[in-house]
Design a binder for this molecule. Structure first.
Ligand code: PMP
Ligand code: GLN
Length: 382
C-alpha cells in the first residue's frame, strides 16, 4: 500500500494504554480521568435522549450550545463571538484541529509547530500537503520568539500554539501573547490556538486565550474540548471559535468531514453550561491532585518539572538506576510499565528528533487519589 504517512505508527497514547492493560499497571499515560463526570451532566444526557434529540443537529452545532459558548467566552475572555457565524461544535479538538488545517492550508504552504507538540499536528499538516516547520520551544518549554521570528517567512500559512501545554504543563503569560501579537502583525499567518486545557491553569493565573487579544483573535481559530473540561473524553465533543470569514472556510471542510456532532450530548452540554461553577472550580479541583502527586514524587528520585497548567506532570528520571538498555525515554516508559507497574508517556513522542540527552516522561494526574497513591507507592520503590 502506498502510505500517506510512511513515518507514522500507532499513536503512543494507544500503545501505552494497551501495555498498561496488559501489565495491569497503574495507567498515568494517556490523558483521561479515571473518575466519572458530574451526575447532573448524565441526567442532562438522559433528558436530551428522552426529549427526542436524536436526529441530525444543524451543521455548525446545536444553537443552544453555540449560544452558551458565546456567553461563556464573552464572560471569561471579553470577546463576543456570533453563535450563528463564528462558533462551530466539533468531534473533539482532534477533528477541530485537522479541519482547521485542511481549511486554511494549501499544498506547499509552511505550517509552524512548536516542539514538543501534540502528536496529531504534524501528520495533519502532512495530510494537508503542507510542510511542517518545527520550531523548538525555548528553555523550560517557554516560547522562543527569536526562533519563531526566524521561522516565519513568505510561505508561512499558519502557526499552531498550545497553552496550557501538553506535555510540559507550561502556560503562556499575557506578555507572551502580546509578543506573539506583535510578531504576527503585518503577516498573513493564521493562528490555530489549541486551548483544550483552558480551565486547568493553576495558582491563580488567568488563561490567556487568543480570544482575549483583538489582533490575535482576528486571525485565530480557537479550539477547545468539552472532553477535557467536563471529564468526558470519550464523548469527543469540542468547539472552534473564529471570525466569520475564517469560520466560513472552516465549515466548508467540517461539513464534508463529519458534517455534525452527536445531538443529545450537545443538548446536555448546553444545559450544563448554564452553571459556570463546574469549570470555574476546575483549577482548585486539579491543583489539589497536582499538589498531592507532586508531594509524593518529591519523596522519590524523580526530578520534578514545574506544572502551571494542564493535567500533566513531567519528571526527569536521570537520577534513577535504570538498566542500560532501557535508558531512552520510550524504552524507559515500557520498562516502567512492565517492571514497576506504572505507565507514563515519553516526551520523545512529541518530537521528530528528541534532544539526545533528554530523560523526561509525562504522568497524567487526572486520577482518583487512590490511583495516584498506588502509583506513588510503586514509584517510591525505585
Ligand atoms: N490537543 C491537545 C493538546 C490534547 O492534549 C488533546 C487530547 N485531548 C487534544 C488536542 C484532542 O482533544 P479531543 O479529545 O477533544 O479530541
Ligand atoms: N490528549 C491525550 C494525551 O495527551 C490523549 C488523546 C489521545 O489518546 N489521542 O494523553
Amino acid at each position: 500500500v502506498c502510505s500517506r504517512l510512511p513515518h507514522v505508527g500507532t499513536t503512543i497514547f494507544s500503545v501505552m494504554s494497551a501495555l498498561a492493560t496488559e501489565c495491569q499497571a497503574v495507567n498515568l499515560g494517556q490523558g483521561f480521568p479515571d473518575f466519572d463526570c458530574d451526575p447532573r451532566l448524565l441526567d442532562a444526557v438522559e433528558a436530551a435522549l428522552r426529549a427526542g434529540h436524536n436526529q441530525y443537529p444543524p451543521m455548525p452545532g446545536v444553537p443552544a450550545l453555540r449560544q452558551a459558548l458565546a456567553r461563556k467566552t464573552e464572560a471569561l475572555y471579553g470577546r463576543r463571538y456570533d453563535p450563528e457565524h463564528e462558533i462551530t461544535v466539533t468531534a473533539g479538538a482532534t477533528q477541530a484541529i485537522f479541519s482547521a488545517i485542511l481549511a486554511v492550508v494549501q499544498p506547499g504552504d509552511e505550517v509552524i509547530v512548536l516542539e514538543p507538540c501534540y502528536d496529531s499536528y504534524v501528520p495533519n499538516i502532512e495530510l494537508a500537503g503542507a510542510l511542517p516547520v518545527r520550531v523548538p520551544l525555548g528553555a523550560d518549554f517557554r516560547p522562543d520568539f527569536d526562533a519563531l521570528a526566524a521561522a516565519i517567512g513568505p510561505r508561512t500559512r499558519a502557526l499552531l500554539i498550545n497553552s496550557p501545554h501538553n506535555p510540559s504543563g507550561r502556560v503562556w503569560q499575557q506578555a507572551d501573547m502580546l509578543r506573539l501579537q506583535a510578531l504576527l502583525a503585518g503577516t498573513e499567518v493564521i493562528l490555530i490556538s489549541d486551548e483544550v486545557y483552558e480551565h486547568m491553569v493553576y495558582d491563580g493565573q488567568p488563561h490567556q486565550s487568543a480570544a482575549r487579544f483583538a489582533d490575535l483573535a482576528a486571525r485565530a481559530l480557537v479550539v477547545s474540548s468539552f472532553g477535557k473540561t467536563f471529564h468526558v473524553t470519550g464523548w469527543k465533543v469540542g468547539s472552534v471559535l473564529a471570525p466569520a470569514p475564517l469560520m466560513a472556510e472552516f465549515r466548508k471542510v467540517h461539513q464534508f468531514n463529519v458534517f455534525t456532532v452527536n445531538t443529545p450530548m450537545q443538548h446536555a452540554l448546553a444545559a450544563y453550561l448554564h452553571d459556570p461553577a463546574p469549570y470555574l472550580q476546575l483549577p482548585d479541583f486539579y491543583a489539589a491532585k497536582r499538589d498531592r502527586f507532586r508531594a509524593g514524587l518529591a519523596r522519590t528520585r524523580f526530578g520534578l518539572l514545574p506544572c502551571e497548567g494542564s493535567y500533566f506532570q513531567c519528571v526527569d528520571y536521570s537520577a534513577l538506576a535504570v538498566p542500560e538498555r532501557d535508558l531512552e525515554p520510550d524504552a524507559f516508559c515500557r520498562w516502567l510499565t512492565r517492571a514497576v507497574g506504572v505507565a507514563a508517556i515519553p516526551l520523545s513522542a512529541f518530537y521528530a528528533q528528541p534532544p539526545a540527552a533528554q530523560r523526561l516522561i509525562r504522568f497524567c494526574f487526572a486520577k482518583q487519589e487512590a490511583t495516584l497513591d498506588a502509583a506513588l507507592a510503586r514509584l517510591a520503590r525505585l
